[in-house]
Design a protein around this ligand. Sequence first.
Ligand code: FEO
Length: 178
Amino acid sequence: MKDLLRQHTSLKEEIEILLNNQVKMEAEASAKYLAMASWCDRNGFKYSSAYFLSQADEERAHMLKIFNYIMTVGGTAVSPEIGGIKQDYPTFRSVFEAALQSEIAVTQSINRIVTASRNGEDYATEAFMQWFVTEQVEEEDNARRALELFDVIGEEGTGRYFIDKAIKKLGDGGGEDA
Ligand code: FEO
């Protein structure tokens, strides 16, 4: 049965597993961002909450993009199980540190898929994954810029209030020029 199923796809099993793992990772990223949005909301950081909500949406879109690709090439897309999402954070800054860490892990995972596709001569998947390679540059940049605000503005006094406001600008399209 398994062999018969595999005749319907040119997707190698190894790549299919990696892609399904990525579906799960994007779903987890979406859930993490929801938890971050909730934490920020509870702690009075409304703009950051909105920023993380929109990040959560983006991650879900990433998940669907890969999910659809697996189906398009005749593979078996697996609806991801996720759990153990951290709901609490010690500080405002630590939320953004966790966001950057998560994005770096996603980038590494995407790079592994690109490498495996190339090594396995699966050029369709390699080409498909290029969009994610480019997207991650932007996502990591956003996460780093957000963290930089903590150093540039400083957290003393009304600092966190202004950091939160500056996050809104970041969410609107990135920095002063947007
Ligand atoms: Fe879809 Fe931010 O990784």
